[in-house]
Design a protein around this ligand. Structure first.
Ligand SMILES: NC(=O)N[C@@H](CC(=O)O)C(=O)O
Ligand SMILES: [Zn+2]
Ligand SMILES: [Zn+2]
Length: 346
């Protein structure tokens, strides 16, 4: 029985760090285990220009505690006013690693997102030309589309047409939650990747709704039926290069989650690696954990895998805080609902 496992230090290819007091509190939770992360730009106001991204990167580095190392991989928030030349310059300087597409109204702080896809065509064409990936929150926002169908409908109505209209555009389907997402990713060439979160490997929609509503399991895209969760587990543990970790760890203060109109997002930065080791062990795939957390994402983004390593050890139940204190209020850590036994050696 395997009880220790050494991996290249992981990267989180989809992370929300927020800003100010929240940033300061949550950043160490990621930097403790992860070398790098793709930093989501959905601040208020959003990170739209190269100048915004440079300033946000500086704030992240100032918030990093002494003695920790971490490299934020910055992104730009695509709006209908985004300037292709600014995007190209941000990429050429090495500052920006991706552009993020939020359909307007799809998720937290997406009001500035895209309504009319024709208006971003020039930016997408420039990105295809320079090889800069587009990260996509893949849900339609039409009120007549059931929330559990919004990902599958997005693939047919928006994602596939965008990709056909923009040959060569590298795209990451962010936080896929359905078998439809897995199947679509697999049906395409290697210019399409897909991130999978930690929590979508653990919860299905019953966890949110059965036996009382659980606001800390509510995120977007919302968790789906069990057969979708099983498809995600199969994909994540397959070792296939197109699938990689993007935790989508998305902190919101508890009073905003435990609310009549609660915010979407699960905060998994603290215990993600312990949970993933548990899942990969259950699936008989511990030997493929490194591909998912440390190799496939870096390869998709064209960056070298990390040279430093972490060691996971299996033993007595791991303890971790139920909540993280932040200057913006406590943030509940994702509870997988079972004890974790894999710890990260100090
Ligand atoms: N995933 C979420 O439920 N929430 C994210 C936004 C997002 O990634 O869609 C957030 O910023 O809170
Ligand atoms: Zn999203
Ligand atoms: Zn997200």
């Amino acid at each position: 029985m395997t009880t220790t496992l050494t991996l290249r230090r992981p990267d989180d290819m989809h992370l929300h760090l927020r800003d100010g007091a929240m940033l300061k509190a949550v950043l160490p939770e990621t930097a403790r285990h992860f070398a790098r992360a793709i930093i989501m730009p959905n601040l208020v106001p959003p990170v739209v220009t190269a100048k915004d991204a440079a300033a946000y990167r500086d704030r992240i580095m100032v918030a990093l505690p002494d003695g920790m190392t971490f490299e934020p991989l910055m992104t730009l928030y695509l709006t209908e006013a985004t300037d292709p030349a600014d995007v190209a310059a941000a990429h050429a300087s090495g500052l920006v690693k991706a552009v993020k597409l939020y359909p307007a109204g799809a998720t937290t702080n997406s009001q500035s997102g895209v309504r009319d896809f024709d208006r971003v065509r020039a930016v997408l064409e420039k990105m295809a030309e320079i090889g800069l990936p587009l990260c996509v929150h893949g849900e339609v926002t039409d009120s007549d589309i059931d929330i559990f169908d919004r990902e599958a409908v997005f693939i047919d109505r928006v994602l596939d047409p965008i990709r056909r209209a923009t040959p060569g555009l590298r795209v990451v389907m962010e936080h896929i939650t359905t078998k439809d997402g897995v199947d679509y990713a697999r049906s395409q060439r290697d210019d399409l990747g897909a991130t999978i979160t930690t929590h979508h490997l653990i919860i299905n929609r019953n966890h949110i709704l059965a036996g009382g509503i659980k606001p800390h399991y509510y995120c977007l895209p919302v968790a789906k039926r069990e057969h979708h969760r099983l498809a995600l587990r199969e994909a994540a543990t397959s070792g296939e290069a197109r699938f990689f970790l993007g935790t989508d760890s998305a902190p919101h203060a508890d009073h905003l989650k435990e609310h009549a109109c609660g915010c979407a997002g699960c905060f998994t930065a603290t215990n993600t690696m312990s949970i993933l080791a548990h899942v990969f062990e259950e699936e008989g795939a511990l030997d493929r954990l490194e591909a998912f957390t440390s190799l496939n994402g870096a390869a998709f983004y064209g960056i070298a895998p990390n040279e430093t390593r972490i060691t996971l050890q299996k033993g007595d139940a791991v303890t971790y805080p139920a909540k993280i204190d932040t200057g913006a209020g406590p943030v509940t850590v994702f509870d997988p609902g079972f004890p974790l036994h894999w710890r990260i050696a100090p």
